[in-house]
Design a protein around this ligand. Structure first.
Ligand code: DGY
Length: 325
């Protein structure tokens, strides 16, 4: 009997040895992701697909995978995959929650601190030979300790941010699709407030909600107008939650003080984006989960999901458990 075939859309930071004992593995080894046409071509003969958030896994692609038994994504977010289409074909979709929570929250915190205290700007200033003397008002930022943090989405990463914020004696506000359990709120010292109240009251707003039709451009002109002029926005979730043109207007017109984003719309950010001209914006290339240890755990988890799917077992981390009877 021939071995099942899997396509892995990039080289992974984990060993494929155990997988290769049971499965014929094809790895896309280029730096750029495979094109949609390549994916479409490969999917026709594959039993399993291990993909990344850069791969568009839409309905036509899923329907073309007539042998496909499992889709395993190496990421916690899966907005690049048409889950309804996968479910309709009875294909389980795996993802990699939990293992990246702390790495992502650590990086988000780093961005928050860097934007608050203008770390990146100060580095550029120093390298540009502009440091002439100690000045009382040089590169003034805002205090983090004791400030108010607004968390949009109190899921795993939002909660990890709240835990970090407690160490800085911050007041913690949150919004969420649903109000969280009072025990959790008490543990995190987090107050549930309406979205507009969060925008108006927060010194820092951090986004940790998935990208869905309801959160697409959740931050646009109206939301920035509600925020304080001294406020800082941090986004390590998905770029399309923030309207980039509205963000440019808010930052260039002083509607908010600063922002730090690890995700953009589109990705990568176009070279001619006006956002790249702003001093009060920090931009990083979608690396919030990028610690060596975390990326290895994500890859291993994705391989385990893939293997389980090929063996007809329930995926350890399944996005659409309704495929199981
Ligand atoms: C995810 O997992 O969804 C992140 O965006 C990348 O780690």
């Amino acid at each position: 009997m021939s071995q099942p075939k899997v396509f892995i859309t990039r080289r992974l930071p984990a060993s494929l040895e155990s997988l290769q004992q049971h499965v014929a593995v094809e790895v896309w080894s280029e730096r750029q992701p495979p094109s949609y046409e390549v994916l479409l071509d490969k999917i026709r003969e594959m039993d399993g697909l291990l993909c990344l958030l850069t791969d568009r896994i839409d309905r036509p692609l899923i329907e073309a995978g007539t042998q496909l038994k499992v889709i395993s994504q190496m990421a916690v977010g899966y907005d690049n995959i048409d889950i309804a289409a996968a479910t309709a074909q009875q294909i389980p979709v795996g993802h990699t929650p939990d293992v990246l929570t702390d790495a992502t929250a650590d990086f988000t915190w780093a961005l928050l601190m860097a934007a608050a205290r203008r770390v990146v700007e100060a580095d550029r200033f120093t390298r540009d030979q502009q440091w002439q003397t100690w000045e009382p008002d040089l590169l003034l930022g805002g205090d983090v300790a004791g400030a108010t943090l607004g968390i949009v989405g109190l899921g795993r990463i939002g909660q990890a941010m709240a835990r970090r914020a407690r160490g800085f004696d911050m007041r913690i506000l949150y919004t969420n699709a649903e109000r969280c359990d009072p025990t959790l709120e008490a543990m995190l010292n987090a107050e549930f407030v309406p979205f507009d109240e969060l925008l108006q009251a927060s010194d820092f707003v951090t986004i940790h909600t998935p990208l869905t039709p309801a959160t697409h451009h959740l931050f646009s002109d109206r939301e920035f107008q509600q925020m304080q002029r001294s406020a800082v926005l941090v986004n390590t979730a998905r770029g399309s939650i923030v309207d980039p043109e509205a963000l440019y207007r808010a930052l260039s017109e002083g509607q908010i003080a600063a922002a730090a984003i690890d995700v953009t719309e589109p990705e990568p950010i176009p070279a001619d984006s006006p956002l790249l001209t702003l001093d009060n914006l920090i931009i990083t290339p979608h690396i919030a989960s990028a610690s060596r240890q975390t990326r290895e755990k994500m890859a291993t988890m994705a391989i385990n999901n893939l293997m389980a799917g090929l063996q007809g077992k329930r995926l350890p981390h399944c996005v659409n458990p309704e495929v199981y009877p």
